[in-house]
Design a protein around this ligand. Sequence first.
Ligand code: GAL
Length: 423
Amino acid sequence: MPSILASKALLATGIALASACLVAHAAAGTEGPDRSLAPTPPMGWNTWNTFADHIDEVQIRQMADVMVSSGMREAGYIYLNLDDNWMADTPRDAQGNLQADPVKFPSGLKALADYIHSKGLKFGIYGDRGSATCAGPAGSGSYGHEEQDARTFAAWGVDYLKYDNCNVGTRTTSEAMREDFENMGRALRASGRSIVYSICAWKLRTHESWMPATGHLWRTTGDIRPTWAGRNPQRSMLAIVDEHAGLEAYQRPGAWNDPDMLEVGVPAPWYDLPTWHYPVLDETEAQSHFALWAMFSAPLFAGNDLRTMSRATRELLTHRGLIALDQDPLGIQARRVHHEPDGTDLFLKPLANGDVAALLLNRAERPRTMALGWPRQATAVQDVLTGKVLQAGRGEYRAEVPAHGVMVLRLTGVRPEQVSLRP
Ligand code: GAL
């Protein structure tokens, strides 16, 4: 377990390296993305986790309507993003321009974008650096078409591009990957439209610190699945947390580590059936998942069917106290300062107003009494999940946390290193 001081040194080194990297880029004439486009982690809704290729314009318009009527837009969910499988079976016309599936989107994507914009939302789309997207037809990838495709996206009114890493042929080296992602970044900047750039290469390896210099966000892990633990068929929520923890140094306002989208209220993925035999996240687990993403200041992309979501799901997705942690202007990814694989994790996150957020995660299979301690001179302490004000002068809070549950406190008048786990 690194001490907090050692971790701080690591953070400083990380920032220095990231800055050196940015300077090197500037010297080479590769200007980076406009950081003001995503000053806090982007929030929105994406088609993939529930619907995969079962998408169409009627459903997307309904989602836009519900983003407004459910209070999601008001809570900060602004982007409505089409993931894979929006393109036609013959994905390019005679001029090589990408075209949308005429059956799924008979009115075209420009009309859909106009509708989304009329609701006060922004429109996101999905592409790939190879010859085809991960689940799309041959020719749907943007390799060799970067500028043309960026112009098409801009003409449609796209505000956000998630750019994937499939079907890359022989371009498997780190250098080729970097070159392809940088090419699309440049093409987006040249398109004349402000477009948030989301790099989807499933991992942030330490030697790939070009990702934070090139994108507004970049995936740190493989694909998430709506289950608590284990690594099959892809990554469980907890496997993602364990991979994502420790990457704090790469993140800063305008540039975000992305541990993949939310699985709150998402059913077993039909596209994994019949190999899926895992319990989906229950309400406690979904709350822990959302609270952890908020502590990370992760991008928040819901993926559930908004039209049929339960009240509990809606209340969790729009939880003001947790979203305030996620959207905190400092944008610091919480540091894990204590970790026991089958026991307790403690995450700490400094906030812009000087407060500290602390999250205790019960990884065990049974409810446990868990306790956090802090110096008695703390001036205020709040239980973020319930909104209840706790007695700051007591210097400790002890409560039963359900199996797979969390305790989240917001403390005023203390420093992160003064908050500790109590036996
Ligand atoms: C994966 C990506 C997923 C989803 C999928 C679509 O590579 O990580 O989030 O976009 O492709 O085919």
